[in-house]
Design a protein around this ligand. Structure first.
Ligand code: NAG
Length: 488
């Protein structure tokens, strides 16, 4: 309901009871008692739940060859997110082949030096690299030619590269759009089965996991049909994880603006995708772990202001995506992409706001996931056991996203009188929601040279409530919650 205070003052209160109450609620903000169902976990996440990607363009355009992987700053930033998967892939990865006899890049080929450097980078970061092989440019006569992949696997084995998982092709449902190649889901399923045999024939990769089929936007009926037919054709038998991609929708009629990042349609659309994905798995590949293997918020080609994705505003959808994914039982979420969205670029490693959100998430959240009974569409809440690396067993963490402009008051009657460790995140400077910086408990987060800033909680005793400012997000840890499910 639209109610301005001017109208409110100009009219008689008793004629406007509905208007008055909505005005007052808005003014005072929402008060919510955070009620958790702690009797059982709805799902669970491990220490690699959240990972990052590196886009194939960085290889294709030579950024990797120019990157200083010995930078102490880069080492600090990457190792702080370890353990994590690093998935390397993207649209250009389907026109990117390995040629061990060249140095650097030549057209769509890359040399062994680049591959060595990438492996070295993952090693220094202490990340586990997932490589997505080129499919589209090697598809001829109704099948995929594995010879380039075998050359690469042989080379990698000879060099002792630890590569835990492999994939085949990126977004095959869009191959026609980008490469004028149409691959049926049945063909892809058969090629995935052969691919698995090929990978496992290398002793070094005998147990490597196979992930696919890397479809995007499965709420599109055609894409849903594709993944369904892929699984019906036996594609799932080749897989250790079913991987999908997700970006929020944008169009000329729904362009990127500040409001877009807090638009309920986006939050709902993502939940819809997870509903579809989990249903498809349940029906056609029961028990197969589901991954979001490449995901972010905005694609840079979106109309409007896609660059807002590296500002504080992006955190609303990002944090919600993590919470929602965990609650739906997804095993891994791989954020696209480390360079350009979490840190500035391959030559300037300044961390952006989402870097710190990622880091805090990894430090605080891990293990069993609980249902929050009092979450609302505009004050969205998720609850997990706190990461046992940071807190004693039994502790829990609630993270909340307030997209209302008014403050929200969260009370925790279930944990009456307990201390809180607050990690409240707000814009880092006067640019507000479009700030390039983020503050933790009102302290702007910036590197101290090559060192991460201190990211300590604000410890509060006996307050019973937490105020989450309007249009902000944050984490609340209850170190003394003593929850049984979190003690195992
Ligand atoms: C990102 O790097 C570019 C190039 O070095 C620089 O001009 C820009 O200021 C950097 N952005 C931030 C937020 O540090």
């Amino acid at each position: 309901m639209m109610c301005s205070s001017v109208i409110f003052r100009a009219l008689l209160i008793n004629l406007l009871v509905g208007c008055v109450s909505s005005f007052l609620v808005h003014d005072a903000g929402l008060t919510l008692d955070v009620k958790l169902d702690l009797t059982h976990q709805v799902s669970s996440t491990d220490d690699r739940f959240l990972g990052v990607t590196l886009d194939s363009t960085l290889i294709l355009y030579g950024h990797i060859s120019r990157m200083d992987i010995s930078s102490p700053l880069l080492k600090t930033l990457t190792q702080a997110l370890s353990p994590a998967y690093l998935r390397v892939g993207g649209t250009k990865g389907d026109a990117l082949t390995f040629n061990p006899s060249i140095t650097g890049n030549r057209n769509t080929e890359f040399g062994a030096d680049i591959w060595d450097k990438l492996n070295n980078f993952a090693h220094l970061a202490k990340w586990d690299m997932i490589w997505d092989f080129d499919y589209a440019s090697l598809y001829k006569n109704y099948h995929w030619d594995p010879s380039n992949a075998k050359t690469m696997l042989q080379y990698s084995q000879d060099h002792g590269y630890k590569l835990p998982c492999f994939q085949l092709g990126n977004e095959p449902n869009l191959f026609y759009y980008f490469y004028h190649v149409w691959v049926t889901p049945q063909t892809l399923a058969r090629d995935y089965q052969n691919f698995k045999t090929d990978v496992h024939s290398f002793p070094q990769y005998r147990d490597a996991c196979i992930l696919g089929p890397e479809l995007t936007d499965i709420s599109d009926p055609n894409h849903k049909k594709y993944i369904t037919e892929f699984l019906q054709a036996g594609g799932g038998k080749a897989l250790d994880g079913l991987t999908i991609h997700h970006y929020y929708e944008c169009s000329n009629t729904f362009p990127i603006s500040l409001g877009w990042f807090m638009d309920l349609r986006n939050f709902e659309a993502f939940e819809n995708q997870l509903n579809i994905a989990t249903q498809v798995v349940k029906q056609y590949a029961p028990g197969l772990p589901l991954w979001l293997s490449e995901t972010s918020t905005v694609i840079i080609t979106c109309p409007g202001e896609p660059n807002l994705r590296t500002t504080y505003a992006n955190g609303f959808l990002y944090l919600d995506k993590l919470g929602m994914s965990a609650r739906y039982g997804l095993k891994h979420v791989i954020r696209h992409q480390f360079f350009s969205q979490l840190v500035n670029s391959t030559y300037d490693f300044t961390p952006f706001t989402d870097y710190f959100v990622t880091l805090l998430y990894k430090r605080l959240v891990q293990g069993p996931v609980f249902k929050v009974l009092t979450s609302t569409p505009t004050v969205r809440m998720y609850a997990h056991c706190a990461n046992p690396d940071s807190y004693q067993k039994g502790a829990i963490v609630v993270y909340a996203i307030n997209i209302e402009s008014a403050d929200a008051t969260l009370s925790f009657s279930q944990f009456h009188g307990q201390q809180f460790h607050l990690y409240l995140l707000t814009p880092g400077d006067q640019d507000g929601l479009t700030s390039k910086y983020i503050a933790l408990n009102d302290q702007k987060l910036e590197m101290n040279g090559n060192q991460l800033p201190a990211m300590n909680p604000k410890v509060v005793h006996g307050a019973n409530t937490v105020t989450l400012r309007g249009r902000s997000y944050g984490f609340v840890v209850l170190p003394d919650a003593n929850v049984d499910v979190c003690k195992h």
